[in-house]
Design a protein around this ligand. Structure first.
Ligand code: SF4
Ligand code: SF4
Length: 412
């Protein structure tokens, strides 16, 4: 269940049955097919959310666990959103993921989770290498942020704790620099932990709740150890979802103790309170916004606001030639790379999943697509661009804001 949302009609109960025990399920699921109609990959490999529900109700565990459906599903939640009686289809699919033998988890999802537990991040970057790359990046960033700026690593008493997506330091370091420039312009007090800094929770993807809890617990430990007051959630929609639902489920006291920001909350606060000043009208090419599933479909938005509207406000400010794709917001289609599917061998399914998103983008005529999730960006820019010849550039709201920052002398 998500913060701020109404409880579902019923909840799967996994304590005395590997999948669920609620005997009312068979009666409550009307077999109406709304879920199947909403699911972009319904039909692939004969997959159909209705069949999952029915097979679970009939306790066809062996058959269900042999299926790859749960790993081709992106956990996008569109089926659940369409269900008129509130069947928790995504929770069932995550339960199926968690029930599979670990050695049979496809792709590198399980390996990433294990590496994170053992080495503190999903791809096993050694601490010295991580600190070295941050130092080198900061030397470059000083050209914008001034000679006295430094990377605040493990600085006790900083207001804001940052986590890092492990694919970024070596593959896409500019993503760190965009944020750093914004922090310096805002006069933010921030820090990056030297250990256990991983932002992305692959325990959530693999269905390994013990691992997921350890990963969220490490973030809480860093908040305590460094005496921070606030946490910037990972940018990735699923990582943010995994972190905030992990806090709700296992560390609810942390939600009371610390201010929790999404990336969009923080940017909006900086702009609205005039902590930063930005140039309006950075890009005049036709621009649209892709709603990452968890930012827009779930109600876990923090008290600061509605992520979908925050994203649009920032995008429209920087890119006034804005056009919506439809359906959007809560009804948006997944791009195809959620749920850890990027780390599975099911590439053809991932591309097929994204065909509706590709069509939507083409219909807008946009040359620029803004989105708030690095995984969506990779799928849109590297995969759908190639497969559907979209000829688009994909940008993040924090990239737009960083590039639109007025010079230091014009900041407050
Ligand atoms: S939408 Fe809900 S009620 Fe209808 S078939 Fe799917 S799970 Fe059953
Ligand atoms: S891909 Fe999305 S809509 Fe389809 S079953 Fe999975 S969560 Fe539901």
């Amino acid at each position: 269940m998500t913060a701020g949302s109404s409880p579902p009609a019923f909840t799967l109960q996994t304590s005395s049955h590997p999948l669920y025990t609620n005997p009312a399920l068979a009666d409550i699921c009307m077999g109406c097919g709304s879920c199947a109609g909403a699911c972009p990959i319904s039909g692939i490999d004969s997959m159909d959310p209705r069949k999952l529900i029915r097979m679970a109700t009939l306790k066809m565990e062996k058959e269900l666990l042999s299926l790859d459906w749960p790993w081709k599903c992106t956990l996008c939640g569109r089926c659940e959103q369409a269900c008129p009686v509130g069947v928790e289809i995504v929770e069932l699919i995550r339960t199926l993921r968690s029930t599979r033998k670990r050695a049979l988890v496809p792709g590198s999802i399980q390996l990433g989770g294990t590496t994170c537990l053992e080495q503190g991040n999903n791809i096993g970057i050694p601490k010295d290498d991580f600190l070295q790359v941050l130092h080198e990046l900061q030397e470059e960033t000083k050209k914008c942020t001034g000679p006295d700026s430094s990377v605040p690593i493990d600085v006790r008493g900083s207001r804001l704790l940052i986590t890092v997506n492990s694919k970024i330091p070596f593959v896409e370091p500019e993503n760190l620099q965009w944020w750093w420039r914004i922090f310096y312009a805002a006069g933010e007090s921030w820090t990056i932990p030297a250990d256990n800094w991983e932002a992305v929770n692959w325990g959530f993807f693999s269905g390994d709740d013990d691992a997921a809890r350890t990963m969220v617990g490490r973030i809480v430990d860093n908040l305590e150890r460094l005496s921070c007051q606030a946490l910037l959630l990972p940018e990735c929609g699923h990582a943010a979802h995994a972190t905030i639902t992990g806090l709700q489920r296992w560390f609810p006291e942390a939600l009371k103790q610390y201010t929790i920001y999404t990336a969009l909350d923080l940017l909006t606060e900086y702009i609205d309170t005039k902590r930063i000043r930005i140039n309006k009208g950075l890009c005049y090419e036709r621009t649209t916004y892709h709603d990452p599933c968890h930012y827009s479909r779930n109600d876990w938005v923090t008290p600061a606001g509605n992520s979908a509207e925050q994203a649009r406000k920032i995008t429209r400010t920087c890119c006034p030639n804005f056009i919506e794709m439809t359906p959007n917001r809560r009804d948006s289609y997944c791009c195809g790379a959620g749920g850890g599917t990027m780390a599975t061998p099911f590439e053809a399914e991932r591309i097929f999943h994204g065909r509706i998103k590709a069509r939507q983008i083409r219909e807008t005529g946009a040359r620029v697509v803004v989105t708030s999730c690095p995984t969506c960006r990779d799928q849109l820019q590297a995969v759908l661009n190639r497969e559907f010849e979209l000829d688009i550039k994909v940008r993040f709201p924090w990239q737009l804001v960083s590039e639109a920052l007025l010079p230091a002398e014009k900041q407050p």
